[in-house]
Design a protein around this ligand. Sequence first.
Ligand code: SF4
Length: 324
Amino acid sequence: MHPLSKEKMKGIYELPLIELIHKAAEIHRKNFDVKQVQISSLVSIKTGGCPEDCAYCPQSAKYNTEIKIHKLIEPEELKANIEYAKKHGISRICLGAAWREVRNNRDFDKVIEMVTMITNEDLEVCATFGMIEEEQARKLAEAGLYAYNHNLDTSEAYYDKIISTRNYSDRLKTLNNVRKAGLTICSGGIIGMGESAEDRISMLYTLHLLQPHPESVPINTLVPVKGTPLEDQPKISVWELVRMIATTRIVLPQSMVRLSAGRLELSTEAQALCFIAGANSIFAGDKLLTTPNNDFNKDKQMFDLLGLQPKPSVHQKIAEYNRN
Ligand code: SF4
């Protein structure tokens, strides 16, 4: 796909909603089996005490929030998460650590061990550990890491309203290091932080210009947390989320579009609309890092009702192929 101009992208974002959804659904069907939705789980392996000041995040040490802080867990503690994943059709586990950046220390050795443990079970592993150097990313790739997550969060223009402890180019540098190390990229953003439509389009434009496109794009809706600067931010309408998902599907046609934080607020009907508009992944489990998430049984009912199937991991597909 040749890069679109920003004006063209704006034109897509502003299409009449029904036309936008139809267009996105068509592109979705061309690129994916629309019945398959990947279920991922997000495990916070080190929670809180982060020196960064992301205005939406309860894990920043700068805000007084009610999260339960803990240091890095031991690799054995992940065994229950792996078992749970395998039993429930979860094919991707994302490991989150509230670090500013990856350091070459004993904790790094432990996360390498965790990555290998999960990969050996044929699950995709994604890591979100903050800024990372190419060499460190390479070590994680050698251990079996499938993807590295580093969200752009919002547009470059709005970035300093949300974070002051790093800048947009730091973000892009990490994404570049991840790509050079041969990992797939997971990068998306959050809507509902007071940004304009222009900011949302700009963020998507930056992601669209990355070549190749990020393989995975989480679209989060802000979950305001007490004690953070965005605690009183008004909720956005579900139609804005659907518009964002549909635009993402059109401009990043082959990326996995992940319906992420904020899903708890959505009815089954609203989620169905997001799947029609091109979302093809959800996060399962009662917590999304530190904020509440949907009940697994309710998700199972939703899958049954809509005729959705859990999408297998890349490793499971290869194993299946080799068996036949
Ligand atoms: S979003 Fe990540 S980098 Fe920002 S404060 Fe939270 S844990 Fe730290």
